[in-house]
Design a protein around this ligand. Sequence first.
Ligand SMILES: CC(C)(COP(=O)(O)OP(=O)(O)OC[C@H]1O[C@@H](n2cnc3c(N)ncnc32)[C@H](O)[C@@H]1OP(=O)(O)O)[C@@H](O)C(=O)NCCC(=O)NCCS
Length: 321
Amino acid sequence: MSSEGNVEERKKLFEEIFKDREPFHWRTSISYKTVNKIVAKGYDTTELVEKGYGFMDVLFLIFQGRLPKPNEAKMLDYLLGAFCEHAISPSAAAARIVASGRPLINAAFAAGIMTFGMAHGPGWSHAEIMTEYLNRAEKEGKTLKEMAEILVKEHLEAKKPIMGIHQPQHVHGDPRAYAVIRKAFELGVAGKYVQFQLEIIKALEKAKGKRMHPNMVGAGVSVLLDLGFSPLAAWCIGVLARGFSCAAHAVEEMERERAWRGSFKTKMADLMSLEVQDPRISYDGPPDRPVPEKYIKCPSCGASELLPEFKACPYCGQKLK
Ligand SMILES: CC(C)(COP(=O)(O)OP(=O)(O)OC[C@H]1O[C@@H](n2cnc3c(N)ncnc32)[C@H](O)[C@@H]1OP(=O)(O)O)[C@@H](O)C(=O)NCCC(=O)NCCS
């Protein structure tokens, strides 16, 4: 059979197998655009901003398909404003270090965003855990207080940190966290997630005999969930809000600091300076030692690159050991 015949046969077979399948096309319920407009969830986005809607409203629209009530948009604005900046933290530090190598700046703030996970801004795992235990409470007919005690007990027994609790620097509690929770009550948006978060704090205090405080993930993500965002959406919104801070740190790094951060000319010891990596303090590997010879030379014919384990020279037969 000729190769052309093969192609024809394969084409027919494909047509037969995929006859009920549509050709590829993008599929999204979020938005569409034409030559003249961009429409998100049915609303012309230019008309939205013309009518006074802003960024917070659009976040509700694209993640939840609805425009928020004014108190909900106010809450989101308050929350993201509080969450956006947190000085030198793993994310800002990562953005700065990457920026010091002078890549395109988006690589620097992307690096900052990439630090978010299980210890720094763990919004997704917090949201998932809250949702999982709240679902369990409903299924097992437990109150929020009872389920919070179960969550704490299970985490302490497994020696796992409880997401959303504690910030190692703000030893009296992250000043933003209680403010966010207070605001949620004031604006009437605090629901079962915020209530559950507060029960977790109480249950933890009872179990440990000392008060531990919610951090911005505990407070902020609980509020985002009460505002109707899904766990993944809450995670993305928190991470991207902090992304602005990473970008600001990267911009400052590029505009104000020396590239590489290792110059001898700066007034202050810099990040990569030799004095901050003084081997007497910062090195605890093996002591300096002579580099072993990798090859030996034949004393008779002069052939080099002979392996030290050779007993005789492979070229002239000279005994080597
Ligand atoms: C952020 C985090 C890694 C800091 O932990 P850390 O460096 O051990 O903090 P500290 O040294 O101040 O911890 C003090 C004590 O509290 C305990 N602890 C800290 N966070 C805890 C948590 N989330 N749940 C239970 N216990 C916790 C520590 O184990 C330590 O206990 P010990 O005194 O018995 O050793 C930790 O709090 C954590 O994993 N939190 C949950 C994740 C989170 O929400 N991160 C967002 C931070 S903004």
